[in-house]
Design a protein around this ligand. Structure first.
Ligand SMILES: C[C@@H](O)[C@H](N)C(=O)O
Ligand SMILES: C[C@@H](O)[C@H](N)C(=O)O
Lengths: 155, 155
């Protein structure tokens, strides 16, 4: 049965932080999030995908108003033996919410096709059965939200 | 206020499929999921993290009972100009469910610390405000679920 898309949401007030080239060994994610947790940094999204050659990246999306010191980020990278970090505030978050979203193969493809039709490059993807979230360039966030709304909700 | 952890779930019947080294340009994700959608492949999870040098990986988790032909996977990689794919059935999915999960910095670190204490390497992470899901080696899935249950629910 077709999933029901309940909402399309957009959030411009986010920043992406990636910890790059961290060792793919137990305890690394624990250290990273332990350090972020100790600073009380709220996390909107966490994505970690395929590891390569014993290393991986860990990416978070946090509110853009949360000050995250480069001293902290340097320390985290050093403490886990990672390569570097990057911070990108020129991103926005798009989310499509509905029961059974990821389970509906056609819908996931449709969402990404709508964005592709608007020449919007998809940066991060985090998708479960309730929400598909992706980050896109901040300047295209409104276009993407409008296009998804038209395609999924207004028809 | 502390988030309420409602449930810890485990799923051994999953397979991970990563499309590696695909071009980081609009339309690639649309093609991948269009092809999977056309085959009716149900998707439990999608994760895509930090791109590098104009390329990225796209990783999905699907039910292990869904037959996914290597012909299809080869075709998808070829059609988007990717490098290769990999399929891993020796993974299990752990999820921690609760309102406000990712927003609680200390909780995310705690979850990963529990797994680290049991020498469980975290493979994929997909985390939103309602669910943290990660994949771990299949042979450690039960340990991980039990440890998280003890730490988060039974105390
Ligand atoms: C990369 C990081 O997630 C590592 N695999 C860990 O378990 O902590
Ligand atoms: C890698 C893939 O997600 C690509 N960035 C796209 O937009 O389709």
């Amino acid at each position: 049965e077709a999933p029901i898309v309940r909402a399309v949401t957009e959030d411009a007030d986010v920043q992406k932080i990636s910890f790059l080239g961290v060792p793919d060994t137990p305890g690394v994610a624990a250290k990273v999030f332990g350090a972020l947790g100790a600073e009380g940094i709220p996390i909107r999204l966490v994505v970690q995908a395929q590891s390569h050659a014993g290393h991986n990246d860990i990416t978070i999306v946090a509110p853009s108003e949360t000050p995250i010191s480069t001293t902290l980020l340097d320390r985290v990278v050093r403490e886990v033996g990672g390569k570097s970090y990057l911070v990108d505030s020129e991103v926005g978050l798009l989310s499509v919410v509905g029961e059974g979203i990821a389970g509906s193969p056609g819908l996931v493809g449709q969402i990404f096709s709508v964005l592709a039709d608007h020449a919007i490059n998809i940066d991060l993807i985090s998708s479960s059965n309730l929400v598909i979230s992706c980050s896109v360039p901040l300047g295209q966030l409104q276009d993407g939200a409008r296009a998804l709304h038209e395609a999924l909700i207004e028809r």
